[in-house]
Write a protein that binds this ligand. Sequence first.
Ligand SMILES: Nc1ncnc2c1ncn2[C@@H]1O[C@H](COP(=O)(O)OP(=O)(O)OP(=O)(O)O)[C@@H](O)[C@H]1O
Ligand SMILES: O=C(O)[C@H](O)CO
Length: 523
Amino acid sequence: MARVLSLSRSVHHWRPLWAGGPAAARVRRMSSLEERARVVVVRRGLQRRGDELLVDGRSFRLSNNLHLVGCGKAVLGMAAEAERIVGDHLVQGLISVPHGIQETLQHHGKQNMLLGSSSRIKVMEGAKHNLPDANAQKSAESIRELVSSLTERDLLLVLISGGGSALLPAPVPPITLQEKQDVTRRLAAAGATIQELNTVRRALSLLKGGGLARCAYPAQVVSLVLSDVIGDPLDLIASGPTVQSEVHPEEVWSILERYNLSVSLPSSVKEALNKSSSSQGEGESGKRTQDSTAGDHVLNSVIGSNTIALECAGRRARELGLRTVVLSPGVCGDVRTVARMYGLLSQYACSPGKEPPLELQEQILKVGPEAGVESWDLCRTMKLLEEGREEGWCATCLLAGGEPTVQLTGKGRGGRNQELALRVGLELSAGSMKNPAVFLSGGTDGQDGPTDAAGAVSDAELEAEAKNQGLDINSFLSNNDSFTFFSRLSDGRRLLLPGLTGTNVMDVHVMLLPPASEKDLEL
Ligand SMILES: Nc1ncnc2c1ncn2[C@@H]1O[C@H](COP(=O)(O)OP(=O)(O)OP(=O)(O)O)[C@@H](O)[C@H]1O
Ligand SMILES: O=C(O)[C@H](O)CO
């Protein structure tokens, strides 16, 4: 947010700052905030008292018996912090992190998130563009080997964050990596939710759905989880490698049928699904899963989520002199519905007259829940927006988070954040009144779909700007080509390009709303 906009408080418009200048310094301050937040969540989640490790009120004895594994986009920074806390008892570690992340963090001067040369933790990179690949599969095999060698005197610390599913691929034989990748790619492209996607992934994997904890048995497993799924469901974040979950083949089949994939499935996948119904409750080694992942042997603890990103963004917005309103960390559903909701909220905040029209309120209460926002959050937000209009002395920064979905129909390059920004831009351009709101949507991991951008910024000028440059927004949208659109538009200055951030707590949406002028209120 700080990178993108600077607010002129005296006039009712925003001056885009994406050309650089003071913005660069602000990005650095923002990054150090991010870094502090991550350090805080790990320090809060993993406490040390002498040779005792305290997690979620439970105590574990450290005696040079600690092993560490992890997978996910935020895991490198988490591992660096964990090693600072318990490194003296660490025997060995191995983490699977995104391709290129060490170089990016180095490049951005985030030394704090990198492991030192004397670290006992080995870093393996893979899953380019967030797709499981041969490198990630190698990492998964090495992690499986490491944890399988543990005994009951060992303590296994598992670090998990979003992106972990692609970074820990271990297809159930005879499924090949390529076949598994095809199934998940086609599901994602058809608009499947992360809940549906990971339910299928769990059924096709040796390590997901508690498989990692099963392999580590009889060692004690302690998992620290940074959530990137709405509601923080442990069994779905990174497909729950340390969370025992039953595979219900009928549930998996119904998801595959919903997206018309059941007929074209490779025979290996069908075979694995049929087997899973008969081998319920058994680990790979034949150990009863009940023994290995239930009860005291495994502790899973969520240490952070999108709510933390919204808190940090809110703090920064207040420092910049803005009034902050947090809508919800649970925005989801089709990107068109989400765009409509933001269009309506901006109209509500900016419509002329003493009070926003009642029909707008009704429409917001209808569309909002379809975009995952509860009615009481909508009512609370509308009340705060209305108060903001009346106070009229500073602008409002509306913040929300979540993960909308895009149903891919085209072959272009883009991501849900860029597509959302583009669609919100159209909403803001529509109608006779020039809407003064500015909207940003960005993935906290720094990567939106298979593109180098994290997201984009839009406002009511977007449509005219595109037209002047000969770009037809609707044809880019119908080809899901939002990245190409924003790259071509005004030399890409509306794109958000932070590079991989080393964290991953879903997306953040920011809408800046200027206060209503006295003239507006009198209309
Ligand atoms: N051309 C496109 N236009 C719009 N959205 C796209 C496009 N290509 C892929 N997507 C969407 O991007 C999403 C994948 O994005 P990304 O790789 O950032 O994953 P993610 O959900 O953030 O990953 P993770 O949760 O594993 O960190 C999918 O939901 C997919 O529908
Ligand atoms: O890795 C994954 O499965 C997603 O990021 C959700 O956690």
